[in-house]
Design a protein around this ligand. Structure first.
Ligand code: HEM
Length: 144
């Protein structure tokens, strides 16, 4: 969790310094970075910090309604996040990186789609997404 918190801390610094994304995020709450870190960590199998004390899937989806995000926003968001992951030396093993990117592709595309709507037909108790770790194994040498 500390690695995810540090990742999103630095990532949103980059977002606020980015001409395309700054207008989208300039009103984000002080807790935004932590909430997104906790959400992503939970989806990938980490502690249930987000769903037990900060929100739920339904509330997270609601946050994106009527934000009118574009494909350009989405691409820049992912690009900056992956850059930050490399700078922070997050594990580079194929399983982690492929699961991470696959979830981000899915989640950001959902965010763009939902951001065009002003309401969404979704049960308020909709469960958190849970991401798998893909096809495990090599061929490559295990990490030391
Ligand atoms: C996997 C992808 C994503 C996840 C997990 C995610 C998660 C979240 C969460 C948890 C919140 C609520 C934060 C809070 O409680 O303060 C939020 C809000 C928001 N997200 Fe996302 N998000 C994703 C993708 C995106 C993308 C691609 C964009 C735009 C480029 C975006 C724009 C926003 C905005 C504008 C808000 C509201 C900020 C505000 O309160 O002013 N999100 N997101």
């Amino acid at each position: 969790m500390p690695a995810f918190e540090a990742l999103f801390q630095q990532f949103y610094d980059k977002v606020l310094a980015d001409d395309l994304l700054e207008p989208v995020f300039k009103h984000m709450s002080a807790q935004h970075r932590l909430h997104v870190a906790h959400f992503v960590a939970e989806v990938l199998g980490g502690p249930k910090l987000y769903s037990e004390s900060e929100g739920n899937h339904y509330q997270m989806i609601q946050k994106h309604l009527e934000k009118y995000l574009t494909e350009a926003h989405r691409k820049r968001w992912i690009q900056l996040l992956l850059e930050t992951a490399d700078e922070q030396l997050l594990p580079a093993d194929p399983e982690f990186r492929s699961a991470f990117v696959a979830y981000l592709e899915w989640g950001t595309r959902i965010a763009v789609l939902n951001s065009q709507l002003n309401e969404i037909d979704m049960p308020a108790d909709n469960p958190m997404p849970e991401w798998g770790w893909g096809v495990p194994g090599g061929p490559y040498p295990p990490a030391p």
